[in-house]
Ligand binder design. Structure first.
Ligand SMILES: Nc1ccn([C@@H]2O[C@H](COP(=O)(O)OP(=O)(O)OP(=O)(O)O)[C@@H](O)[C@H]2O)c(=O)n1
Ligand SMILES: C[C@](O)(CO)[C@H](O)COP(=O)(O)O
Length: 229
């Protein structure tokens, strides 16, 4: 691996939409915490990758317990997150001293990311400076303006996922901009900072575990994968 590859796995959120006492990144899928599935996918992609894991301040002890139980091939660097995803990513980036290399920023709660998707994101980011996983819409959509709704062409839209992989210098510079609520992902931050965004085909399996039914969907997808072989 000529270029150093990093992954920032953001798991610093509270999971308020999940309505669970346990933050969703620590909830179990087939008996294994969501975050462990996510980390394993990155180590399956490469054992040379440097992982920076962003955690909630209150869950460091939970994490230490998981480390003792799951014993990763390589050590991970950890840091405490902030009050928004933007702040958590920024804190993750601050852990990387180098300016050259590539970094995949990934939601800790997307446990079904595949090593292939991670590999594609690094390959494309090496060429285009950014590589953002995205999927086509499977349903019709309408735009809403007060009481009036209007059909729009779904072919003009994409659902955006992570990993969102960038040249390190680009994304470090981009994250110097002021935070705004509309900047919900890293591509929005890079775009606001003036950079062009490159998309690539993500996967419908790469769901974000957000609300309670997503746990059942994620487990079903894990089993689907296992049976597919
Ligand atoms: N302050 C935050 C907020 C979010 N995240 C991470 O960003 C990813 C995507 O965010 P989301 O699904 O919105 O997670 P939460 O913020 O935890 O959920 P909610 O919005 O329902 O509270 C998650 O892996 C989450 O842990 C983070 O690292 N730090
Ligand atoms: C980063 C992200 O997962 C891309 O789809 C998404 O923007 C996070 O949004 P959320 O509202 O914070 O879950």
């Amino acid at each position: 691996m000529a270029t150093q590859e990093y992954a920032i796995i953001v798991a610093g959120g509270k999971g308020s939409r999940m309505n669970s006492a346990t933050p969703k990144q620590f909830m179990l899928l087939n008996g294994i915490p969501i975050l462990i599935h996510t980390i394993n996918a990155f180590f399956e992609y490469s054992d040379q990758i440097k992982i920076i894991l962003v955690l909630p301040q209150n869950d460091i002890a939970t994490w230490e317990g998981l480390c003792a139980k799951y014993r990763f091939k390589k050590p991970l660097q950890t840091t405490v997150g902030g009050t928004s995803r933007f702040e958590s990513v920024k804190k993750g980036l601050a852990q990387i001293e180098r300016e050259n290399g590539l970094v995949a920023i990934h939601d800790g709660v997307r446990p079904l990311v595949s090593p292939d998707i991670i590999a594609t994101s690094f390959k494309l980011a090496a060429v285009h400076q950014s590589a953002i996983a995205a999927v086509r819409l499977k349903e019709s959509i309408r735009i809403i303006n007060q009481d009036i709704t209007k059909a729009v062409d779904r072919a003009n839209y994409r659902l955006i996922q992570t990993p969102q992989t960038f040249a390190l210098s680009l994304i470090k510079q981009a994250y110097e901009i002021k935070e705004e609520a509309s900047l919900t992902d890293d591509a929005s931050v890079a775009e606001r900072a003036g950079y062009t965004i490159s998309l690539f085909e993500g996967s419908y399996e790469n769901i974000k575990v957000t609300t309670p039914e997503d746990i059942a969907v994620a487990e079903a997808l894990l089993n689907y994968r296992k049976n597919k072989g």
